[in-house]
Write a protein that binds this ligand. Structure first.
Ligand code: PLP
Length: 459
């Protein structure tokens, strides 16, 4: 906790200092500084408090990461104890330490069969940088270094480092980069509501979007293609769940051409869908997984790449892997991850999302919102959902100024002490996995009220 002198500042003082010295991520600093940031001072469970004393329900688990909720003593104890025992040592130069060993062993048990090796970093972005290195090293080890191209998707999100943003398909991020990493190409996303022509079933659309992968592989030559990467459901792109036909077809194509399949599980991992990893919900089998966020529930930064034996063993056999960060496998982060996994697993949180709170949340949300004149579709499973704002439901018609409508709704959320994220014309919810039924009722009621207020504003 900060000392008394600093915690006694007024909201206005915090805002002035923030505007004077703090550059925020993904923000228009000019307008933010004029408006003043909201100052969050403490949190417990699924609630946040701001410097004006408002109690806010967090429908986004921070940035999709606080899976075990705020204020967990077990995680604080794990960090404190580890800091006193061994606050830091590196995992370079033939050294290791108990927390990273225990974590790797536990992750090998939690992840599907064949995932027995884990490389650590500090974030999802660094995880995806690492994925590029691993994919390259794998093909080099197999004597096929020309297999360099990684295929990703427009509107996919894989982080904000140069490699993460290059893998991602966010045009507005590409525009602000000095250059993109070479040998990354993008195909369309499987966003049926947003992009399909009327009359195409989701089933046919999913297959058509997967067929773009095969067409791209044939265009490039299969011998030049290294991997396909995708989020099992797109998170930052708007919680877009692909039609059921999509992932089986992607799997078939990757298998057919011997291309590595990478699941970016940074949002989907650690219970969000009610499965430990989101690809298990969709029933496909990746060769590599990127992990972060829910790995430590955001209490301390940590990312990891889970590597299937098929990929790990040739790399290990090949010799030096010249990649690593000072904080790869940080002992405090590893200790927190272990405490976090214990809560999710032994506390039955993931099971509860699958059998109890997830179905209840999905049902409540649909009951409260399906009849809204501006909700065109609701996607989601477990404790994640995306709601499509629309001008007309049937035939479906999106708002011409969809992003503005999303911001109107977000302003209402702000005013009603609800955190619900707007991504263009989609409203997103992804609360802490420990949310109770009563808290789900409150979350859904507030979301419905904010959507109703938005509909009223639009006339
Ligand atoms: N991959 C996915 C799917 C993400 O959603 C994110 C962040 O939201 C990242 C990667 C990047 O993670 P980080 O912000 O920890 O670098």
């Amino acid at each position: 906790m900060l000392n008394m002198q600093t915690t006694q500042r007024t909201t206005q003082e915090w805002q002035q200092l923030d505007a004077a010295h703090h550059m925020h991520p993904f923000s228009d600093m000019g307008s933010l500084n004029k408006a003043g940031s909201r100052v969050i001072t403490r949190a417990k469970g699924v609630y946040l408090w701001d410097s004006n004393g408002n109690k806010i329900i967090d429908g986004m688990a921070g940035l999709w990461c606080v899976n075990v909720g705020y204020g967990r003593q077990e995680l604080a104890d794990a960090a404190r104890d580890q800091m006193l025992e061994l606050p830091y040592y590196n995992t370079f130069f033939k050294t290791t330490h108990p927390p990273v060993i225990e974590l790797s062993q536990q992750l090998s048990e939690l992840t599907p069969d064949g995932f027995n090796h884990f490389f650590y970093c500090n974030s999802g972005s660094e995880g995806n940088d690492t994925v590029l290195r691993i994919v390259h090293q794998y093909w080099a080890a197999l004597g096929k270094p020309q297999r360099k191209v990684v295929i990703s998707r427009i509107n996919g999100y894989h982080g904000s480092t140069i490699a993460g943003a290059s893998l991602g398909g966010m045009g507005y991020m590409h525009e602000q980069m000095p250059s993109k990493v070479e040998n990354i190409v993008h195909i369309h996303q499987p966003y049926w509501y947003g992009e399909a022509a009327e009359g195409v079933t989701p089933e046919a659309f999913g297959k058509a979007r997967a067929a773009e992968l095969e067409a791209k592989i044939l265009e490039l030559g299969a011998d030049n293609v290294a991997a396909f990467i995708g989020e099992p459901f797109q998170g930052a792109g708007g919680v877009i769940f692909p039609p059921e036909s999509y992932w089986p077809e992607i799997q078939r194509i990757c298998d057919k051409y011997g291309i590595l399949l990478v699941a970016d599980e940074v949002i989907g991992g650690f219970g969000r869908t009610g499965e430990w990893f989101a690809h298990q919900h969709f029933g496909f089998k990746p060769d590599i997984m990127t992990l972060a966020k829910g790995l430590t529930s955001g209490y301390v930064p940590m990312g990891a790449v889970a590597i299937h034996d098929k990929v790990a063993l040739p790399i290990i056999e090949a010799g030096d892997f010249n990649h690593g960060m000072t904080y790869s496998g940080h002992p405090v982060a590893a200790a927190v991850a272990l405490a976090n996994i214990a809560i999710l697993r032994d506390g039955g949180v993931v099971d509860q999302v699958k059998n109890e709170t997830g179905p209840y949340f999905q049902k409540s949300l649909r009951e409260a919102l399906s009849s809204s004149p501006i909700i065109g579709e609701i996607h989601g499973t477990g404790l994640v959902a995306g709601m499509q704002l629309c001008e007309e439901k049937n035939p479906r018609k999106r708002f011409a100024n969809g992003g503005d409508v999303g911001l109107i709704c977000r302003d209402h959320c702000f005013g009603n002490n609800l955190i619900m994220r707007a991504t263009g014309d989609r409203m997103l919810l992804s609360p802490p996995l420990v949310i109770s039924r009563t808290e789900i009722d409150e979350l859904v009621d507030k979301a419905a009220r904010c959507i109703a207020l938005t509909a009223k504003d639009l006339g």
